[in-house]
Design a protein. Sequence first.
Length: 252
Amino acid sequence: MQTITFIGNGNMGLSIAKGLKNKYNIEVVGRDIKKLDLFEQALNIKIDKYLMEGFDITDKTLLLCVKPANVEEVSTKLIGEAKVLFSVLAGTKVEKLKQHFKTQAVVRTMPNLAASVGASMTTLTGDIAFKEEAKELLGAVGDTLWLNSEKEIDIATALAGSGPAYLALMAEALVDGAVKQGLKREDAMATMRGLFSGFGTLIQEIHPALLKDGVMSPGGTTAAGYAALEEGNVRSSCIKAIDKAYEKAQQL
């Protein structure tokens, strides 16, 4: 199996590694051996672990999973020239990555935490020569979409990368609403999970507007609830969330 070298051992790296571990050999590079041990324990498989200082990346396929602010520091600790660097860093441009890391090619990727269960929506852009390899690699943890510009991947980051947090907020709020009206929390949680599971399937085939229209009968319960959401500017707030997340990606 091909070896993927993870540079960094945070939550996103771990989520991706969980999705890849049955299809690729995993090795991880970090600054703290105790944290590397925890990374290995979470994967529940034996992996190769290395400290970052002086690690040789020559001809390796790298998956960069550090914080954007640590790019300069991390790059000075590695030696050699990589075959390709796949970066999951939000907002970090290809030009900056090439400036700091010695690598033959760079591809930006934006998976989300659903990678750990093989259900990520990952957007990609960068060196076109590695388009198919990028789609195959990240396709091991869910769906992929190649985009034609870094502007587009920054927008997609605001949607798919940050999206699980937005949906989690909505899920929690809906459960709280049901509890407020008298449903037991465990029953509300079970109902919400079933709702999201079924919706995830439906939205693959039905346009959101048509799905909404199909549920909303005249003068019914859905219409009443939907009107309350509109009064609360939920639609506007969602649009603003994408605006703000995209602006932040531009600043990183």
